[in-house]
Design a binder for this molecule. Structure first.
Ligand code: NAD
Length: 358
């Protein structure tokens, strides 16, 4: 399957299929230097695929291989500095392409290296996690600072996204369920039919672990994200909808040190409660709690923290004020809205969430 972005210019293909990596050579032939930045776990699980990627080059091209950890520590100034210096030492020119092979961490990191090396070189995303169906599309790249996640970055579109589904076979369930949160989010943004389809396809943990039909849902997820991002690349309006579940999600992720997607799932339940409190909605919150339990999400982490530290984390976002936060809510499934939510409502919603999960 192949999609083409529909920006006004600089469009790129997104190829989603088994053995998609075989197509890499088509995109690399014009570069003098090709830098593979690879997640160490991916290299360990898929040595043949990595060899296949490297063999895409001709003998005239210069290949460089950099292995990094697939952890947030990679998205740091220190790793960035060391990689940039290593690359500059080789005397490479702007006729360079960086190929990111890994999950969201490697994609964000390698994309940021590409955006800044010699004022910008080309890059290609080869996502290897389910979550990276989201992070590899839309052009946001960056690293973290001690002050928070993704605070230094750029908008830098890849030249192509080559999503080889064979990589997903080695994902542990915790990464499957983490990545599924963003696929599920895209279904919630899409509408009731999309939601019904996805819940029917994955009614329980076993069905999700088998990853059946996943390519269809990844494609739909990418299409949903693209439609929003193409309309609003720099997050002036509609792109904010993609933050569904992320306001409370980021706070609980940071506070409890849980996987991004698990936190987003919890954030989406929280958002339903807030919607019922301040919009005229009657979301069946219990349905979502039951569904997440069937898929094995560890929702009880919500019982650990006090509200105040979570509120402090939510207020940190630059779009907020001291009285509350800007939050994406669903006025209906498929109908997101951005609302200012007062601290008192946030607290009541938190108490309701804890009561539901006791
Ligand atoms: P990740 O890249 O940390 O990967 C998760 C784990 O899976 C790591 O341990 C990694 O080594 C391992 N892994 C990767 N591929 C594997 C494979 N095929 N088999 C086995 N193990 C594999 O995490 P992620 O969930 O993919 O991405 C999270 C990151 O994405 C965060 O840093 C987040 O900020 C970022 N993100 C960015 C955007 C964006 O628009 N740029 C959007 C969403 C998330």
């Amino acid at each position: 399957m192949q999609l083409m972005t529909t920006y006004q210019d600089n469009n790129y293909p997104i190829i989603i299929q088994h053995d998609a990596i075989a197509q890499l050579s088509t995109f690399l032939s014009k570069y003098r230097d090709v830098v593979f930045i690879i997640d160490k776990n991916v290299a360990r699980f898929h040595p043949t695929k990595i060899e296949q990627a490297k063999s895409a080059l001709s003998t005239k091209q210069i290949s460089h291989l950099i292995s990094v950890e697939g952890s947030e520590q990679t998205k740091s100034f220190s790793v960035y500095e060391s990689v940039i210096e290593q690359l500059l030492e080789t005397g490479m020119t702007r006729n360079t392409c960086i190929v990111a092979i890994g999950g969201g961490v490697v994609g964000d990191f390698a994309g940021f290296v590409a955006a800044t090396l010699l004022r910008g070189v080309d890059f290609i995303q080869v996502p290897t996690t389910i979550l990276a169906h989201d992070s590899s599309v839309g052009g946001k790249v960056g690293i973290n600072t001690p002050q928070g996640k993704n605070l230094v970055g750029a908008f830098h579109r890849p030249k192509s996204v080559i999503y080889d589904l064979d990589f997903l076979t080695s994902l542990p369930y915790v990464e499957i369920s983490s990545g599924y949160a963003e696929v599920y989010k895209h279904a919630l943004l899409n509408g009731p039919l999309a939601l019904k389809d996805i819940e029917e396809a994955y009614p329980n943990k076993r069905a999700l672990a088998e990853l059946k039909q996943l390519d269809d849902f990844l494609l739909k997820g990418i299409e949903t994200k693209l439609n929003i991002v193409v309309a609003d690349e720099h997050e002036q309006g509609k792109r904010k909808f993609l933050n569904l579940g992320h306001t409370f999600g980021h706070a609980i992720e940071y506070h409890e040190k849980i996987p991004h997607g698990h936190a987003v799932m919890i954030g989406m339940i929280y958002q339903f409660i807030v919607s019922n409190l301040i919009l005229d909605t009657r979301h069946d919150v219990q349905h979502y709690v039951d569904y997440m339990h069937k898929l094995g999400y560890p929702l009880d982490v919500v019982l650990n923290p006090e509200f105040q530290p979570l509120l402090n984390l939510m207020l940190k976002d630059k779009k907020n004020d001291q009285n509350g936060v800007q939050m994406v809510l669903l006025s209906e499934i498929g109908k997101p809205v951005v609302k200012h939510v007062d601290n008192t409502v946030l607290k009541t919603a938190f108490e309701q969430l804890q009561n539901l999960l006791k």
